[in-house]
Design a protein around this ligand. Structure first.
Ligand SMILES: Cc1cc2nc3c(=O)[nH]c(=O)nc-3n(C[C@H](O)[C@H](O)[C@H](O)COP(=O)(O)O)c2cc1C
Length: 172
């Protein structure tokens, strides 16, 4: 009984999540942000290497430096940006997957906390690395915008039907 209740809550958070691109100028309490980071910190990784480092960016000037990508200008106006960096030396093969898993754990926890998020892949890695002082051997895998939503994304998101994206026993 208990297990099914917990499962539904996770599925609700996953279903309710939408990309948010407008944020209230309201800071995220440290305990709330702490639980979001924690959800990433304990994520699974290949050989448990945990080849990640997350830069939590609140400083407005630094956020501006991260917002140069074509679809990332709203990073200037969101209270927190999390840059997910992967250690290419420790895990040449899996760092990008591992960082992605950790970031998506953060997204789900943020949703459960009433926060909005948006994945950011639109950035110039060299500029982000310079702005954040990311060491040579780390790649910036992706960033997340995080904050209290000022908008509720309109319209149904188009998702493929389960029959389109699954098959039984063989890929058909
Ligand atoms: C890896 C990745 C990179 C993304 N990069 C951006 C981005 O740079 N800017 C942006 O506005 N949205 C970005 N998105 C958000 C997608 O556009 C969004 O998830 C998709 O349209 C589905 O909408 P939904 O998130 O509301 O369900 C990105 C999403 C992913 C997963």
């Amino acid at each position: 009984m208990m297990a099914s209740v917990v499962t539904m809550e996770v599925l609700d958070a996953i279903k309710n999540r939408r990309s948010v691109r407008k944020y209230l100028p309201k800071p995220i309490p440290e305990d709330v942000l702490g639980r979001v980071i924690e959800a990433g910190r304990i994520a699974p990784s290949a050989n448990n290497r945990q080849p990640w480092h997350f830069v939590i960016v609140k400083d407005p000037e630094t956020r501006r430096a991260l917002s140069g990508g074509k679809y990332a200008s709203f990073l200037q106006d969101c209270p927190v940006v999390i840059a997910g960096c992967g250690d290419t030396k420790t895990s040449p093969e899996w760092h990008a997957v591992d960082v992605t898993i950790a970031l998506q754990n953060m997204v789900t926890q943020a949703t459960a906390e009433g926060l909005g998020t948006c994945w950011i892949g639109s950035f110039f890695e060299d500029k982000v690395k310079e702005a954040l002082g990311v060491p040579e051997e780390f790649a910036v895998v992706a960033m997340l915008a995080v904050g209290y939503p000022q908008e509720k994304p309109k319209g149904e998101r188009k998702t493929k039907k389960v029959e389109e994206v699954t098959s039984q026993d063989r890929f058909v």
